[in-house]
Design a protein. Structure first.
Length: 124
């Protein structure tokens, strides 16, 4: 008899010799997990696109306002300018964001691999 205090939310159903049904259920779980994983990737890309689009609009408006007030005679100084610390910080932030996304994807990947193992154990 299950312990009511230790209810983890898992439900087990016995299917007497219904390998085909179990296989179909595991394949459906595999496909849905893969879809969730792909959706997370697409959702992350869309969020990044919105952020970059907003940054681009801000930069373009700033450039437009500055270019109206300035006249350039020569831009030779730009080629000699070293990389700034701000650019390095932006690279570090991107790496951290990718690491967080990879950790989230790792959980979905682990779930997907577990489902595939169960599915392969049913297929002799």
């Amino acid at each position: 008899m299950p312990n009511p205090k230790n209810n983890s939310g898992e439900v087990f159903v016995r299917l007497p010799n219904e390998t085909a049904l179990r296989t179909d259920m595991l394949e459906a779980a595999k496909v849905s997990t893969q879809l969730l994983k792909d959706f997370d990737g697409v959702n992350f890309i869309l969020k990044q696109k919105k952020k970059e689009n907003f940054k681009l609009k801000l930069l373009l408006s700033e450039i437009k306002s500055l270019s109206d007030s300035l006249q350039f005679s020569s831009v030779d100084w730009y080629d000699k300018k070293p990389e700034t610390a701000e650019q390095k910080l932006n690279l570090n932030k991107k790496q951290k964001e990718e690491k967080i996304i990879n950790e989230k994807k790792d959980q979905l990947t682990m779930d997907l691999e577990e489902i595939e193992k169960k599915l392969n154990s049913l297929k002799f």
